[in-house]
Design a protein around this ligand. Structure first.
Ligand SMILES: [Zn+2]
Length: 299
């Protein structure tokens, strides 16, 4: 690889991007699609660094540093903070596209592009059709099916997947050689093949402790068979979005382990897809408690 991406896995995807850069095939818009926390947004930022840095993505110059801290003037980020992207946001973005820049490119990183309202997406489409020169859009999504097909057909799609637990474990061992094997093993399992998640847990002991706590909760929860008991747990967590997300993640992890052990495979596979659906519904701000209660009835 020519550039130092400092990313675990995704070699094929990075190679594809490097080829585009090195063989003058750069697209005006990329869509990095795949599950949450596999590193799509990190890749998007690094791609911006590679394109903007005049010294082959040196990680040291002001341009590289500004991009990694999110303060580079010609690299605009729309981060996913749960809100939808409205037509006014797209208009502002288009205005910025048309302003003259000081850098090699004008780059727009849009995290969670599925958050665009239909109106916003239609308006954005016009810019995608006739992008100003030296403008690159790097969009990410965890739900490509929610995008307008007309948007998808105008961007270069790069698909990201989970990495295997074994692979993740071996990479974490290289990166964190001073940490205990047992801890690394548990982090690889908790992360469900999501590299960004794994790094976060390794770097944040408080988050990891919280994971262990919810892990124990989930084990207990699955042993509770009564609907009343389960609903009372839902009531406890439904107010807290982060807690709910964590609960669903760990629930998936535990069920997936049970599938791997060959226990009640069909039932759990069905449940896993229901959990994923519930996760997507919760992102759309529907009634959390109701969505969780529905899920409780089928687990
Ligand atoms: Zn640099």
């Amino acid at each position: 690889m020519k550039y130092n991406w400092s990313i675990i896995g995704h070699e094929k995807q990075l190679e594809l991007l490097e080829n585009d850069i090195n063989f003058d095939k750069l697209s005006h818009a990329y869509l990095l699609a795949g599950p949450n926390s596999v590193g799509k947004h990190t890749v998007a930022r690094k791609l911006a660094g590679i394109l903007q840095c005049e010294k082959d993505f040196c990680h040291k110059c002001p341009t590289c540093q500004q991009i990694s801290s999110g303060s580079h003037l010609d690299t605009v980020e729309l981060r996913d903070e749960g809100d939808s992207i409205k037509i006014e946001d797209v208009r502002k973005l288009v205005e910025r596209c048309n302003m003259t820049g000081q850098s090699r490119y004008k780059i727009f990183l849009i995290q969670g592009v599925e958050r665009m309202t239909t109106e916003a997406a239609n308006s954005f489409l016009k810019t995608l059709e006739e992008p100003p020169e030296r403008t690159v859009f790097v969009l990410t999504t965890n739900n490509i099916r929610a995008l307008l097909p007309t948007i998808v057909s105008r961007v270069r799609v790069v698909n990201f997947q989970h990495v295997s637990t074994k692979y993740l474990e071996s990479k974490l061992k290289d990166l964190y050689s001073d940490r205990e094997d047992k801890e690394i093993r548990q982090v690889s399992l908790f992360s469900l093949g999501k590299t960004g998640k794994a790094i976060h847990l390794m770097e944040n002991p408080a988050s990891l402790a919280k994971y262990f706590e919810v892990y124990r909760d989930v084990q207990n929860f699955l042993d509770r068979k009564s609907v009343v008991d389960r609903f009372s747990y839902v009531e406890e967590i439904a107010e807290d979005k982060k807690q709910t997300e964590l609960f669903l993640n760990i629930l998936m992890h535990v069920l997936r382990s049970r599938v791997l052990e060959g226990k009640e495979v069909d039932r759990y596979l069905n449940t896993l897809s229901k959990i994923e659906e519930t996760g997507i519904l919760l992102k759309k701000n529907i009634n959390t408690r109701l969505a969780l209660e529905n899920l409780m009835l089928i687990i």
